[in-house]
Design a protein around this ligand. Structure first.
Ligand code: ADP
Length: 477
């Protein structure tokens, strides 16, 4: 509040009491001196009393009301002015404290006001830049003239320009990316008097956008490269696939050749051998030896054909299993008899636990697995040694183990001997005839029936090969 207005207010306040008092005194004096004389002339006592009362109260009261109203108007005016001043101050402090550059430009384009944000952004002090042209903040050239006149035009027409991105120069001539909002200012008669311009530094944002653009471009390039590589790989894969299909067709043809063209002559050959053994009573010793060799080699070939066929069918998923509850011991005994008939050099012994359950299996496939393990035990153990078969079971699994008195299997190879075509690289296995398919077929057959097969070495000596099958959850033997 200014000092003059405060004094004036005090005076009005004093007058509010003083003036009615003076009026009242004057009225009383008037009534007691001048009016008394006039009323004496008229001799109207009633009129006199009424006048004395009226002048000494109504006049001062009216004066009091008038002054009181004036005093109230003054107070209201005072309050409005102080609120306006506070709002101006707030606005000024917001403007000056703003991190954005807020610039006032007159209608000739000259800079009038320049806040702290503008000082920090451009490096000019307000006193140095005020009065200079707003376009001096841009790089000189026709483009700038076009841009500033466009800015003025749009701001005048529409009242403001918002979010216009452009480039300014700071005190040191460095480029600053800014986002500009310009608002046209007008006086009370709606005549343009300039513009208020807010500039926000977006250099970092622009840098990040540029970075993202570059990353995107490089990503797109990488995606294009990978897509091309993928297409090439797909092409290679398609070629490899068609080669594989051809191979598969060849395999099928081979399997069919083996099964039809080799099995039949082999069966005939082994039948002929059996016939000679039974029918020809007189054979000289040399022929007898040759016959034995013939029988062994025919059997070996039959086994090879069987294993090749099994492998092909198992791998192609074409092997059909006839699963049924099977009593194990008769099958085991049958296989023992068959293998024993082929060897005079080994003794095969069966040990069994009583009360064995039945297994749920394919009888022929189980026989093949056992025959294979038994043949190996005979093949890889010294002549005259014993081969022991142990059959045992728990609630869920029945296992058959074949133990021999051979050299056993090196610990590191116990798993790998079940791989296709895998043979232990030792003199014994090199001497023994084989092609590394037997155990592989055993594994596939056991697994196809829900069982497993494994090898270990006996703590004394020799190898123990076992397979297990699921117990049939029905009646026991
Ligand atoms: P192979 O036709 O060579 O006998 P297998 O798959 O039946 O093929 O056996 C794979 C390899 O496992 C054999 O070459 C041999 O080295 C080893 N092997 C198999 N059974 C025995 C065994 N009872 N004792 C020692 N080694 C064995």
């Amino acid at each position: 509040m200014s000092r003059e207005s405060s004094t004036f207010k005090k005076r009005i306040a004093t007058m509010r009491w003083l003036l009615p008092l003076i009026f009242a005194l004057m009225a009383i004096i008037y009534e007691l001196s001048v009016a008394r004389w006039i009323h004496d002339i008229y001799g109207d006592a009633v009129h006199f009393i009424v006048e004395i009362l009226f002048f000494s109260t109504a006049g001062p009261f009216l004066a009091f009301l008038t002054l009181n109203q004036i005093s109230r108007w003054l107070e209201e005016k005072e309050l409005a002015e102080s609120q306006a001043r506070a709002s101006d101050r707030r606005l000024a402090s917001i403007t000056s404290a703003s991190a954005d550059a807020i610039i006032g430009v007159d209608k000739r384009g000259k800079i009038e006001s320049w806040n702290r944000g503008a000082e920090l952004l451009f490096g000019y002090f307000a006193k140095d830049i005020q009065g200079r042209s707003f376009s001096s903040l841009f790089q000189a050239g026709t483009a700038v003239d076009v841009e500033t006149s466009w800015l003025e035009e749009v701001a005048l027409e529409e009242g403001f320009v918002r979010g216009h991105e452009t480039v300014c120069l700071d005190f040191g001539g460095h480029r600053i990316d800014v986002e500009m909002t310009a608002t046209s200012l007008r006086d009370d008669e709606n005549n343009p008097i300039g513009m208020s311009i807010v500039l926000r530094d977006i250099t970092n944002r622009k840098r990040r956008e540029e970075e993202i653009r570059r990353l995107n471009a490089s990503l797109n390039q990488q995606v294009a490269d990978r897509t091309r590589e993928l297409a090439e790989k797909l092409e290679e894969l398609a070629q490899a696939n068609s080669a594989l299909q051809k191979l598969d067709e060849m395999r099928s043809e081979f399997v069919s050749l083996v099964s039809h063209q080799l099995r039949a002559p082999l069966t005939n050959m082994s039948g002929a051998v059996q016939r000679i053994k039974v029918d020809c009573s007189i054979i000289n010793p040399t022929c007898n030896r040759m016959l034995q060799i013939l029988e062994q080699q025919t059997l070996r070939l039959e086994r090879l054909v069987q294993e090749v066929l099994n492998t092909a069918r198992l791998e192609a998923g074409e092997l059909i299993l006839q699963l049924e509850p099977v009593s194990v011991l008769p099958v085991v005994q049958q296989i023992i008899d068959q293998v024993q008939a082929r060897t005079d050099n080994h003794t095969i012994r069966l040990t069994e636990k009583p009360g064995l359950p039945m297994v749920f299996t394919d009888r022929d496939r189980m026989s093949e697995v056992l025959a294979n393990l038994l043949d190996n035990a005979v093949k890889y153990s010294p002549p005259g040694s014993e081969v022991t078969i142990d059959v045992r079971a728990d609630q869920t699994e029945l296992s058959v183990s074949v133990r021999d008195c051979g050299p056993g299997v090196p610990e590191a190879e116990l798993e790998r001997i079940f791989d296709k075509y895998y043979r232990v690289d030792s003199s014994d296995s090199q001497i023994a005839y084989g092609y590394g398919l037997g155990l592989y077929v055993c594994r596939l057959l056991a697994e196809a029936q829900g069982g497993r097969v494994w090898a270990e070495n006996h703590r004394d000596h020799g190898a123990v090969f076992s397979f297990s099958l699921p117990v049939w959850q029905g009646e026991h033997v």
